[in-house]
Design a protein around this ligand. Structure first.
Ligand SMILES: [Zn+2]
Length: 256
């Protein structure tokens, strides 16, 4: 019952929607018909966001399996992206860029629907640029850090920023009465970061080694001072790590 339903195919990519989304939207539209326009604009804007991700991935020669709209948002399944954080950053940037462009164009149109489209696209575009996993902002920042260093340290440092931002969210949640929601979002972000970090460690076989200040210095040198020394790039897939039974610390101690 919860298997996503295929709605259409755009640019050789299947667009699917979760039945839960249809049920939730139908319930919302029946209980409050005034929200119908906003819901339709939201769905359309999410779709534009995901199609922009998938088009950018296709332009980079990557295969896009499908796009699924779920109650948590849209998700484009792109194969072979996680091993190349710089390409991933380009693909991640395409989604918010499309929404912000639409919002910018609508700012010149004096009409209620244009205002609605502008507000919703501004929300989706700016919200996705927050530098935490699993949002696009986290992937863009990881790509920037990766260009100057390596994907493992880049992922680790984005995770640290994510943790601080979640801490701020929890403090706001405590003060303004949405603590449970803030805790749920923070736990989701924490495990998203851990999953991303483990995937990079498995792929490269190297532990994180750079502190946050070192990361900032190296990134600054790379982009501002034009340091073109080749950053450390991922090595071949390390199967010994994937098959190791202990913790990451034990694995790297064992290897030394
Ligand atoms: Zn996105």
């Amino acid at each position: 019952m919860l298997t996503p339903i295929r709605c259409c195919r755009i640019n050789s990519v299947d667009i699917k929607i979760s039945p839960l989304v249809i049920i939730l939207l139908a319930a919302l539209m029946i209980s409050n018909p005034d929200l119908s326009a906003a819901i339709m604009v939201l769905l359309g804007s999410l779709l534009v966001h995901e199609i922009s991700h998938s088009s950018a991935a296709q332009a980079l020669g990557l295969r896009v399996k499908d796009i699924v709209i779920t109650p948590l948002g849209g998700m484009a399944s792109i194969e072979g992206l996680s091993r190349h954080p710089i390409n991933e950053a380009k693909v991640a940037a395409a989604g918010p860029l499309a929404n912000l462009t639409i919002a910018g164009l609508c700012a010149f149109i004096d009409h209620d629907i244009a205002n609605l489209v502008m507000i919703i696209n501004l929300g989706i575009g700016l919200g996705n640029l927050i530098p935490i996993f699993p949002l696009d902002g986290g992937r863009i920042l990881r790509g920037i850090f990766s260009a100057a260093t390596n994907p493992v340290d880049a992922t680790n440092c984005v995770g640290k920023i994510s943790n601080y931002l979640c801490l701020v969210l929890i403090l706001f949640g405590f003060k303004y009465g949405f603590l449970l929601y803030a805790l749920a979002v923070s736990i989701y972000c924490f495990f998203s970061h851990k999953k991303e970090l483990l995937s990079q460690v498995f792929a490269t076989g190297m532990p994180p080694s750079l502190g946050f200040d070192e990361m900032l210095k190296k990134t600054f040198r790379f982009f501002v001072r034009g340091n073109t020394s080749k950053p450390e790039q991922p090595t071949d897939h390390d199967e010994s790590l994937e098959n190791f039974g202990g913790s990451l610390e034990e694995y790297f101690e064992d290897k030394q």
